[in-house]
Ligand binder design. Structure first.
Ligand code: SF4
Ligand code: FES
Length: 373
């Protein structure tokens, strides 16, 4: 295997608690309660070790990370160590003055999610009354604290028609960047896949709209476009490749190569404290399982794209083929590619079928049971 380089980024899921209940959430179905969260001192020592390890960016996420009262202290630790901090927030329930306090502690950037441009869409997807007004107020607070702002728009069948309005919204809020991110089907999004799956014609129209806006707004606002796997020809390099340059830490300190890795039953993951971050990154069996290209089966083994997409997503391969080591079925060369196309046609168009994220596991529908096990 080629030399293992240090990680550059970390997604720190500080809590699974959240005032919203988004149906597309990528968190696991079994959400951790507050009493399972790492205490402040553990997060501080984890961030210290992350900086020693060479991590340059930490994305403070959840759940809703602002529910942690110690967030300013954690941000200050990262700032002291010269680590770039990005707050990923749903922007609901942040009191006046808190954004400024986080900026004062050294926060570098805010990524604010909108479930819709219309208040009704935001409420349908997040199941939180009055969420839109609160998000707009949070955007105002981010700008008045002098922080750079990215608007994150998770896209699916219930809001794809709002893509042009998302672009206008992000411009009107003074965002530097907009992420049009088609939902990745993991966690709650996988549970709700049939209800969230868009129509192909709408996906194709969306691509045209986003590409035209990227050109029109060049130099004004950057637009990142995460395209939908179920309509793809080739997969994306999930997390930039398994354990290549980033890792995820869950609220109880479990260290993962990606947010859905715990769904892979053949792998065992350790918590920070049981082993050091450094030891897990370089030497754990789970991190080394799909690193590089040596593990790849055909058709990846002899494919000239193997160091472009690194075989795609292991968790998606498991969910659809039953084998985490298989080629991602988003790839046209996968023998299961046709299955993606079939699943893209299996839709439930009634919003009433949506299952909201909540702590306390739901029973998955029988058709999905093997995929969600
Ligand atoms: Fe990527 Fe494997 Fe498909 Fe080649 S065969 S494009 S490496 S997923
Ligand atoms: Fe786990 Fe893609 S989500 S590899």
């Amino acid at each position: 295997m080629s030399e293992i380089l240090p990680p550059l980024g970390m997604l720190a899921e500080l809590t699974h608690r959240c005032p919203l209940q988004c149906v597309y959430c990528s968190n696991p179905l079994e959400l951790l309660k507050a009493d399972r969260e790492l205490p402040t001192e553990s997060w501080l020592s984890l961030f210290e070790e992350a900086a020693d390890l060479g991590i340059l960016q930490v994305h403070l996420s959840g759940g809703e990370p602002t529910l942690r009262p110690d967030l300013e202290e954690l941000i200050a630790c990262l700032a002291r160590r010269g680590v770039y901090s990005n707050l990923i927030t749903a922007g609901v329930g942040i009191p006046e003055g808190r954004m400024q306090a986080m900026a004062d502690a050294g926060l570098d950037h805010v990524q604010l999610s909108f479930q819709g441009v219309n208040a009704a869409t935001t409420e349908l997807i997040g199941n939180h009354k009055g969420a839109q007004e609160k998000k707009l107020e949070t955007a105002r607070q981010v700008r008045s604290a002098g922080l750079p702002l990215t608007i994150n728009a998770p896209i699916h069948r219930h809001n794809m028609h709002e893509v042009p309005a998302f672009i206008e919204l992000a411009l009107s809020l003074g965002a530097e960047r907009l992420e049009i991110a088609n939902v990745q089907y993991a966690g709650w999004a996988l549970l709700n896949r049939n209800s969230l799956m868009p129509d192909r014609a709408d996906v194709e129209r969306q691509v045209e709209i986003v590409e035209a806006a990227q050109e029109r707004l060049h130099g004004i606002m950057a637009i990142d476009f995460v395209t939908p796997d179920y309509f793809a020809v080739y997969p994306k390099p999930c997390m930039g490749g398994w354990a290549r340059d980033a890792l995820v830490v869950t609220p109880d300190g479990t260290v993962l190569p990606c947010h859905a890795a715990a769904t892979i039953p053949s792998l065992t993951f350790q918590r920070f404290g049981q082993r050091t971050l450094t030891d897990i990154w370089y030497r754990s069996d789970a991190f080394n399982a799909f690193r590089g290209t040596a593990w790849m089966p055909e058709p990846c083994r002899s494919c000239d794209r193997q160091e472009i997409d690194w075989g795609g997503c292991r968790c998606q391969a498991l969910a659809i083929t039953g084998d985490a080591a298989a080629t991602d079925p988003a790839c046209v060369k996968s023998p299961f590619h046709h299955r993606m196309a079939e699943l893209a046609e299996e839709k439930v168009v009634e919003p009433a079928s949506l299952q909201y994220r909540r702590i306390g596991r739901v029973a998955p529908p029988s058709a999905l049971r093997h995929e969600l096990a």
